[in-house]
Design a binder for this molecule. Sequence first.
Ligand code: NAG
Ligand code: NAG
Ligand code: NAG
Length: 136
Amino acid sequence: MSGDHPTALRVAQSAISNTSQTAFGIVVMIDDALTVCPEPSSKIVGRAQGIYASADLSQAALLMVMNYVFVEGKYNGSTLSILGRNSVFLAARELPIVGGSGLFRFARGYAFAKTYFINTSNGDAVVEYNVYVQQY
Ligand SMILES: *[C@@H]1O[C@H](CO)[C@@H](O)[C@H](O)[C@H]1NC(C)=O
Ligand SMILES: *[C@@H]1O[C@H](CO)[C@@H](O)[C@H](O)[C@H]1NC(C)=O
Ligand SMILES: *[C@@H]1O[C@H](CO)[C@@H](O)[C@H](O)[C@H]1NC(C)=O
């Protein structure tokens, strides 16, 4: 979120977002790097593109709508689509994989998300996603 080239940008908020404990109504558009390892210098294998929004008035929980767009190897050009609830302060969050394209056509599954690093002052974060999909 910080730096000269942020890949996550707030695009909208509600009238109460700034006073809400959960920043309810904030909408963030992302085009984040998907890397093999947590280090920012790690090999990029795709992008996580989409939208997340603070969707719970009383707990920190996001509605996440995003596509993983792979750019490497045989999955280059294939995508996986995620639609789910992300309780960001839970140690592990489960998000449904609702579909895919290319080699992931008809994919179904789930992703486990774990925060690897977060800087609460500027919002920068590294999140580990372990993804399980069935293909046909
Ligand atoms: C909330 O804070 C942001 C960032 O400081 C500001 O741009 C926005 O105008 C504020 N929104 C309201 C409704 O006060
Ligand atoms: C992935 O596909 C794009 C578009 O077809 C191509 O330009 C690019 O070179 C490919 N990348 C790799 C690593 O194969
Ligand atoms: C967290 O963000 C603050 C504000 O941008 C910065 O000063 C600090 O160095 C960052 N800490 C880490 C560990 O990245």
